[in-house]
Design a protein around this ligand. Sequence first.
Ligand SMILES: Nc1ncnc2c1ncn2[C@@H]1O[C@H](COP(=O)(O)OP(=O)(O)OP(=O)(O)O)[C@@H](O)[C@H]1O
Ligand SMILES: [Mg+2]
Length: 582
Amino acid sequence: MKVWLEEKIGNPDLFTGRKKELGYFLRWTEQTKRKISQSTAILSRRKTGKTVLLQRLFNITFEKNDCVVPFYFEIRESDQWIGDFAREFFLTFVYQYIAFRTRKAEYFLYSKENYSQADKIARKEKIDYLVRFISDAESADKNGNADSLWNMVRDAPRMVAQHTDERILQIIDEFQFLNRFIFWDREKKRRAHNLAGSYLHTCEYKNAPLLVSGSWVGWLARDLLRMLPGRFQFHYLENIPEDEAAEMILKYSHLENVPVSEETVPLIAGITEGNPFYIGSLFRSRFPGRNLATEKGVLETLEFETLDREGGIRGTWMEYAGYAMGESNDVHAKRIVLYLSKHREREVTRHELRERLGLEMSDSDLEKKLKILVRADIIEQGSSNSDYQGVPDNIFDKVFRGIYQKEIEAFDPKDVTDEYRRLVRSLEKSSRRLLGEYSHYKGKFAEYLIIDNLRYRAHGNQRLFKNMMRSLPAGFRFAEYRTVWSYSASPVHQRDIQIDIFARAEKNEHSLIGEVKNRKAKFSVKEAEAFREKAGELMKLENVDKAVLFVFSVSGFFKNTLVYLKKHGIAWTSDKRWLDKP
Ligand SMILES: Nc1ncnc2c1ncn2[C@@H]1O[C@H](COP(=O)(O)OP(=O)(O)OP(=O)(O)O)[C@@H](O)[C@H]1O
Ligand SMILES: [Mg+2]
């Protein structure tokens, strides 16, 4: 898939999973054509992957090029005069729109300052109806009438959609900053603290629905409920499911070049509870002894990330907790969070908090304090207004205690070590079940090992590796592959193609497309047919014209399967050396 707009994730290949959510939002996007999709806010715990999901949705929709034009805008976290903000918002839209119509990504990069350049380009690209929008915005801007400029540009996406009978998907990230960082005056004294409310009508139009999110979801949800009641559907994003977590771990391992082992994959998936940010943080940890291939190494890395000053996870949580705690040294707030965190498996009433912690303050003062903590997402509101709950997250709990528990009660970092150990023991029990001899994990891990061999060893050991494969075409050589992946077609395509191994070679060399079976049963003709068909589709989708197909089946092949494979020039192997690590 082509990445049009640069994504924050960095290497786009890192993006893993989110199948359910991408499926949902692609259908939602599709339904904008029938004008039935309602503006939606994506809410979730911090760092669960909202931004990378929104950006991927942008790129898929852009790539699809099918009458829904995506527009992505992130509201910056710095004080801005509304005139500057509106201009940037508008010109970002204009250039993304032109890029979409012309399929020229270079327009994303044009300066968002200058109307006359936008005007010139709209004319040059013969998108004449934009010219009027641009000149209207320019004159409102020149007149210094920021209020009417904002009204105009806010509605510009839906107006353009109406004009052309297209649809515009407006993705606005960090939406809550609208009420915090925009000012009515150039001196930035009068904050536009109700600005989100100006979307009251704009967001109701079904030809340009909004999809918003932000890193302060407590705050975002409150603003939406207060200023835009009933206008937004809330969509809650969870951590990723276990199979996607395993896939993500294997991918990060390849791309960050940090080995893992068959035992540590389920361990990392379990201990991070499928939180993509935690997974990424382990692989990028600055811990000098980082080793994710042993249990001990994983635990030490996690402890570093949790408790050390340089730990990335700790640093991120510190920033948010620090904000919630304010400048003041609010011991009560810290004790409340510690108490809720300790009892995070259940809801706790305000009454209980006051009794147990001996808090001497009025109920309304306590409620105010708790509200701030909820808004900062470091505790959660329970099922009623007087119930609260700690965030259900093992790692947050320990980070928070590492930072604040010392001030309040005795804190021994060894407690954290012991708790992680206990957690690992209980995970081991459940992962033994998952690791059953021919489980899903085994299959995934076999792919991982073969991929590793293709990346790093096959090219330099042609004889050995060719010996491990039967029925290769004459003159075949393992290439220095450009990329070697498990491949799943982007959800743009009607069919869900899942290819276990795709090693892409340079133009005139053979790429490799492989199917991996690490299970008890032999490989059947039916499976061979299905594999051949999807490999064919992959070659079309990815413009591969020279490729060798192969099947690795640890339990071998039926006789008639081998006849079929030979007939179609598909190589095969059940040589276990493919699963050797150096
Ligand atoms: N689907 C994914 N595949 C791979 N990595 C992911 C995925 N989702 C999230 N990550 C990792 O988690 C990190 C955080 O993701 P992201 O910034 O999208 O979260 P967010 O929910 O927008 O965070 P915030 O609450 O700060 O806005 C990313 O930098 C990336 O490393
Ligand atoms: Mg984000």
